[in-house]
Design a protein around this ligand. Sequence first.
Ligand code: CA
Length: 230
Amino acid sequence: MNDIRILIVEDDSSVSNLIATTLKIHGCEYMKATSGAQAIAAASSLNPQLILLDLGLPDMDGIEVIRSVRSWSSAMIIIISARHEDSDKITALDAGADDYLTKPFSVDELMARIRAAQRRMNWLAMQKEESAVFVNGSLKVDYAANVVSVNDVPVHLTNIEYRLLSLLSRNVGKVLTHSWIISRIWGNEMESDISSLRVYMTSLRKKLRQAGENDIIITHIGIGYQMIRR
Ligand code: CA
């Protein structure tokens, strides 16, 4: 874990000290910012690979920090917010955040998210250009042939199920919100809504499970879905 540079953006010093202590123990390089303006400046001058971002900052909304940083940086962004702020999480994810932590969180949870982000970064680094075949554990998606297999046995998906799975695999590790998925699959026509998305997702997962691939897609209740990187 010592080859990752992390920017902690948090105005609450008790939270930021807890994170800093944890990162130090794990040998991660880190720096701290306590406001949105500091965060944007540090993101640009110090070029962190991962940003842990509190959404409630004294000078600006954390969402503004994401929009600003996202316009020029591909750093992983994990937002930190309170349990009741689901709508903020959704806005933050749609603005380009990759994942979230809900306060209060344990240090184990924090480190698990950082490891997941690191797996995603390593994978993205390998995928310099989009590869034609996606492999994640026992799951394989051949984008050129539109074929999905689990342990090399083809899984027959409907058109929508296939598009959902491709969308999740192309964004592996990132939490995708319901409305983002719906806009990508059905466009602006909104012929579908969250309840039908749920139906398609249930049937997609059932087919993957029957083929022997369990729990590769995680549900974030009230927020969306995420394919985990094995
Ligand atoms: Ca705060």
